[in-house]
Design a protein around this ligand. Sequence first.
Ligand SMILES: NC(=O)C1=CN([C@@H]2O[C@H](COP(=O)(O)OP(=O)(O)OC[C@H]3O[C@@H](n4cnc5c(N)ncnc54)[C@H](OP(=O)(O)O)[C@@H]3O)[C@@H](O)[C@H]2O)[C@@H](O)CC1
Ligand SMILES: Nc1ncnc2c1ncn2[C@@H]1O[C@H](COP(=O)(O)OP(=O)(O)O)[C@@H](O)[C@H]1O
Ligand SMILES: [Mg+2]
Length: 282
Amino acid sequence: MMNPIYIDQKEVLKRYKQPDPHTHKGIQGHAIIIGGSYGKMGAVCLSSKACLKTGCGLVTVFIPKCGYDILQIAIPEVMVVTDKDEKFISNITFDIKPQAIGIGPGLGLEIETQQAVYKLLKTNKIPLVIDADALNILSKNKEWFPLVQPKTILTPHPKELERLIGKWTSEEEKLEKTVAFSKQYHLIIVMKGAPTRIIDGDTIYENTTGNAALATAGTGDVLTGMITSLLTQSYEPINAAILGVYLHGLTADIALPETGYQSFIASDVIANIGKAFLSITA
Ligand SMILES: NC(=O)C1=CN([C@@H]2O[C@H](COP(=O)(O)OP(=O)(O)OC[C@H]3O[C@@H](n4cnc5c(N)ncnc54)[C@H](OP(=O)(O)O)[C@@H]3O)[C@@H](O)[C@H]2O)[C@@H](O)CC1
Ligand SMILES: Nc1ncnc2c1ncn2[C@@H]1O[C@H](COP(=O)(O)OP(=O)(O)O)[C@@H](O)[C@H]1O
Ligand SMILES: [Mg+2]
């Protein structure tokens, strides 16, 4: 197996693009975050807020009806489109033209939701991040793998990865299986963990930021929003994944002296995205 490329400040600065002073919200890009189900709307709140805070111009969420008030009250900057169903997503339709899609946080596994994901995968040509229950839906329907567009970013935690590629008996085998999966379907796999690794075919990247404070509900949902945001801002998928993972970890390193490991929560990731951006260019 190849040695990893460490994702450090030098690697990130090679890829980071300073915003143009003459940019506007249209140029900064429009993201759509698709997810949520009854009791898991917080995942979409976290993901969509993180998306905005990572610099894209506009964010729309596509959620089941029961999330409408929750989203509009929690994050006034985010626009909302609702499904026809109350508690889960059953048919994904929107007439906006986003530059990137993030799908999965809080989505649930209802049969109707699985069919809605199938329809999206079959027709979608927009850069995509697949996380959480959208990954679990793919794992339940492995014959859909070839429908996923090349260079789509998948962000599994270890259990989601196991559901996708099967069990492994060593770290080496886990990496080999993930590289083979990435190569077979031309996908970028963000193997979340400590450390997070990004697999792009034969190339393995290893993140150098982050700490155990991130072991708390919703931090993965936040990462999905951040990577989706970078995709809307015209970063190549691999660069969006690299920059997103690095900044996400950096928020926890910045916050740790104030929060300690225990009190750090996913909203603290979002609150520190600004400082993380400032520190990479400092
Ligand atoms: N506020 C909200 O609305 C929130 C909503 N959320 C939404 O909930 C949905 C379900 O997502 P989920 O990840 O909680 O459940 P699931 O896929 O069964 O995986 C859990 C199991 O995986 C394992 N595991 C995880 N990490 C691991 C690691 N690093 N290393 C090793 N193992 C690890 C671990 O398994 P164990 O070790 O217990 O066998 C654990 O029990 C999804 O839509 C998500 O977006 C959440 O984001 C929370 C906030
Ligand atoms: N001990 C740890 N050290 C560094 N990062 C961690 C640690 N535990 C979790 N993380 C990070 O936190 C995030 C958790 O994502 P995930 O499991 O999808 O959470 P959720 O689904 O609750 O949002 C990942 O980015 C992972 O790399
Ligand atoms: Mg998750």
